[in-house]
Structures are given as structure tokens and as C-alpha cells.
Design a protein around this ligand. Structure first.
Ligand SMILES: O=C(O)COP(=O)(O)O
Ligand SMILES: [Mg+2]
Length: 232
């Protein structure tokens, strides 16, 4: 990171990282994110409206990687852009064949999980994984298990590619960033960022790829990571 920075820019996952055990955002992270003295990029598997709203309600500029890198959205002084990488057609084909095989995406008729997705589809972890993996492989796609959902995604899309785009828009290198996350969809961010922190509840892939594994889990672990990299 440049000498002048009091702290590194962050790439922060949401579910399992800013949340607590019962999936609610820990209220302590609001001040921590707002007061961080460098840019914060929220990098999530969720559709863009969720992280955009999080930024709005936290009171930080909208700098978002959504859909595991399928979408990069900036609405700041330095950049106003909504970048869509890949397309959803392949994931739709997988979903159609999955339904034909008698399975269900598992979100009910309303399905707010997928309503605003542009590039991938998410499937409930209550639904069977193996047929989903097989169909995805057949269509040349990949499945991420985030611990919160299965995501059917193009193989060239991940949060690490998203971080390259986001860093570019900030006039930074991806290696300037500190990444914090909890699951296999964060591994690509961990590889691209300069330093990476997995919270204690992280899955094996995230722990393996991270430079450091926190003693605490969930938002407590996130706050522990900030303590480690923040202004002294
Ligand atoms: O939406 C998910 O499945 C996981 O979201 P996350 O990337 O913010 O942890
Ligand atoms: Mg997560």
C-alpha cells in the first residue's frame, strides 16, 4: 500500500463475515466500515441490490462486487459504472434442466434471491448438490458453495477478477487490498489481494488460501482482522 495510506483499502465479504451466527449484520460493523480510512469494496455472492443497499445504509460510497464477480458496480465521484461480466443464459439452462429432473431452486415462488441477478443463479442448500454440479459441468459452468447457497457461475467469473476491475477504477493495484472473507467464493479475492484474512468460521478452502485465520468467527473475526491491519 502507498506510504501515505493510513490503512489499506478493503475487499469485504458479507455473509459469514459481516454477519453473526444468525445471519444478521452485526451492528458493530456499521461504524467500523464507515470510519475505515481507505476505500471499502463490498465483495459478495449476492445480487447487486443487497450490497448497494448495505453501502447506502452504512453511509459509505457504493463500491460493490456482486454475484461473485459477475457484476461490479461503482457509484462514486471517481466512477459511475455498472459492469456486467458473463451472461445468465447458461445458468438458466442449468436451472431448467435441474427443474426437469424434479428438483427445485428452493426459494419459493417469489425467489428474491435470484430476482435481480444478471449473470448467475443461486440455489438453496436445501436442494441436492450433485445433480446441480453435473448439469453445471455439462454446460461448462461451475458451482460455488458459499455455505449460504450454491451459485451456478461462469468459470471465468470470480470475486478476484471483480477485485481487479474495482481496483482499476480506484487507480489502485489489487495487491494494495486486504481481503476478508469466509468461504470458497472468497478464495479468488484472497489470491489477488495483497493480504487475506479468513474468519474462524471459514470453510477449508478459504482457510487454506488465506494468509491469516482469525481466532474469532463471523463479525467478531472481521473486527479482529481490522484491528490487525488498521491504523495503529
Ligand atoms: O450469497 C451467498 O451465498 C454468500 O454471500 P457472500 O459472498 O456475501 O458470503
Ligand atoms: Mg461469505
Amino acid at each position: 500500500m502507498p506510504e501515505s495510506d493510513p490503512a489499506p483499502p478493503l475487499a469485504v465479504d458479507i455473509d459469514g463475515t459481516l454477519t453473526n451466527r444468525n445471519r444478521a449484520v452485526d451492528p458493530r460493523v456499521f461504524d467500523a466500515l464507515r470510519e475505515w480510512p481507505a476505500p471499502v469494496v463490498v465483495a459478495t455472492g449476492k445480487a447487486a441490490p443487497y450490497p448497494v443497499a448495505l453501502c447506502e445504509f452504512v453511509g459509505i460510497p457504493v463500491r460493490v462486487i456482486a454475484e461473485n464477480g459477475g457484476v461490479v458496480c461503482f457509484d462514486t465521484e471517481e466512477c459511475e459504472e455498472f459492469v456486467v461480466v458473463g451472461d445468465r443464459a447458461g445458468a438458466e439452462r442449468v436451472a431448467e434442466r435441474y427443474r426437469e429432473a424434479g428438483h427445485d431452486l428452493g426459494w419459493g415462488d417469489l425467489d428474491l434471491t435470484n430476482r435481480w441477478r444478471e449473470t448467475e443463479l443461486a440455489v438453496s442448500r436445501e436442494s441436492p448438490l450433485e445433480p446441480l454440479r453435473e448439469l453445471a459441468a455439462d454446460e461448462g459452468l461451475r458451482v460455488f458453495d458459499t455455505g449460504y447457497a450454491y451459485h451456478v457461475t461462469s468459470p471465468d467469473v470470480d470475486k478476484g477478477e471483480g477485485l481487479k476491475t474495482a481496483a482499476d477504477r480506484l487507480g489502485r493495484a489489487p495487491g494494495d487490498f486486504v481481503a476478508i472473507g469466509d468461504s470458497e467464493n472468497d478464495a479468488a479475492t484472497f489470491r489477488v489481494a495483497g493480504e487475506s484474512y479468513a474468519v474462524a468460521n471459514a470453510d477449508e478452502t478459504a482457510k487454506r488460501e488465506a494468509d491469516y485465520v482469525m481466532e474469532s468467527g463471523y463479525a467478531e473475526g472481521f473486527l479482529e482482522a481490522l484491528e490487525a491491519v488498521g491504523p495503529k
